[in-house]
Unconditional design. Structure first.
Length: 251
C-alpha cells in the first residue's frame, strides 16, 4: 500500500521518526521513478552528498541511498520517491517515502507572487513552512503555486519549482538565488542553451512563454497574479520534447 515509508531500510518505529518530526533540519531530493529507473540519478545522488557534507560534515554514499530506495520500492515499478536525510540518534539516517507517480500539468498554470526568498536556497532542505504556507494561500485564491520575488520584484523561483522563460530568441533562467533543480540541470545538460539574467515580475507577461520545472517535468504558465502570460505551443513542445529525450537511469 502507498504511501510507504522506511528509515535506513526498514519500517520505522515511532522513536526513529521523532528526530525528523521534531527537528526541522535535514535535506531532501524528490524523484519520479518509472519502470524502476530515474532521470538524472547521478544528479540526485550528488545533490544528497553535497548537502550532507554541508549540513552534517560527512558524505552520503550513493550506493547506500540506492539500496534504501530499491528496498522501499519493493515490487513497485512507478512511483514518486522522496529521500529525506536527517540526523537520528545513531547518526545520519535516510528516510525513503514511496507515493504514487505524478506527471507534470500540461494546462497553463497560475502563479501568485509573494515577497519571499528561501533561506540557504541552494539546498533542497526541509525548512519548507513558508513555501507550503504561501502555496496554500495561492491555491485559495485560485492559483497553482506561489512565485517567489524579492522586494524589488526580482524573480527567483516558484514555491516548488524553477522558473524557465523564453524571450522569443532563447530560454532564460532567472539569475537570482534559487535551488538548482534537477530538471533544470538535466535540461541544461541536454542542450537547452538557456541564458541566465535578471527577470522581474513585471517582465513575465512580455516573454514569449514561461514554464515551471520540477521533478514532475515541465509545465506552462498561463498567468501571474492578474496578468496573462503567453502560451506558445511550439516552444512548449520544444522544451518538453527535449526533456522527454533525457534517458532514464536504472536504480
Amino acid at each position: 500500500m502507498l504511501p510507504r515509508t522506511e528509515i535506513d531500510g526498514h519500517a520505522p518505529s515511532a522513536a526513529e521518526v521523532l528526530p525528523a518530526a521534531l527537528v526541522n533540519y535535514g535535506h531532501v531530493t524528490v524523484m519520479q521513478v518509472r519502470d524502476r529507473a530515474v532521470r538524472g540519478l547521478d544528479l540526485h545522488l550528488a545533490r544528497l552528498d553535497a548537502a550532507n557534507r554541508e549540513l552534517f560534515g560527512v558524505g552520503l554514499d550513493g550506493g547506500r541511498v540506492r539500496d534504501h530506495v530499491r528496498h522501499a520500492l519493493a515490487d513497485t515499478a512507478d512511483a514518486t520517491v522522496r529521500v529525506t536525510v536527517f540526523r537520528g540518534d545513531g547518526g545520519v539516517s535516510v528516510m525513503v517515502t514511496v507515493r504514487p507517480p505524478e506527471e507534470a500539468a500540461t494546462t497553463p498554470q497560475g502563479l501568485r507572487s509573494v515577497v519571499y526568498r528561501r533561506p540557504v536556497p541552494h539546498i533542497k532542505h526541509t525548512g519548507t513552512f513558508a513555501q507550503i504556507h504561501y502555496g496554500r494561500l495561492a491555491e485559495r485564491e485560485g492559483f497553482d503555486d506561489a512565485l517567489l520575488v524579492d522586494h524589488e520584484g526580482v524573480v527567483s523561483e516558484a514555491g516548488i519549482a524553477n522558473v524557465l522563460c523564453h524571450d522569443g530568441d532563447a530560454f532564460v533562467w532567472p539569475d537570482a538565488p534559487a535551488l538548482p533543480g534537477i530538471t533544470m540541470r538535466l535540461l541544461d545538460r541536454a542542450g537547452l542553451g538557456a541564458r541566465r539574467r535578471t527577470v522581474r515580475l513585471a517582465d513575465l507577461p512580455s516573454f514569449a512563454a514561461v514554464f515551471v520545472t520540477n521533478s514532475r517535468g515541465v509545465s506552462p504558465v498561463g498567468r501571474v497574479d492578474d496578468r496573462t502570460v503567453p502560451h506558445d505551443t511550439e516552444i512548449f513542445e520544444r522544451v518538453t520534447g527535449l526533456y522527454a529525450s533525457i534517458p532514464w537511469d536504472p536504480l
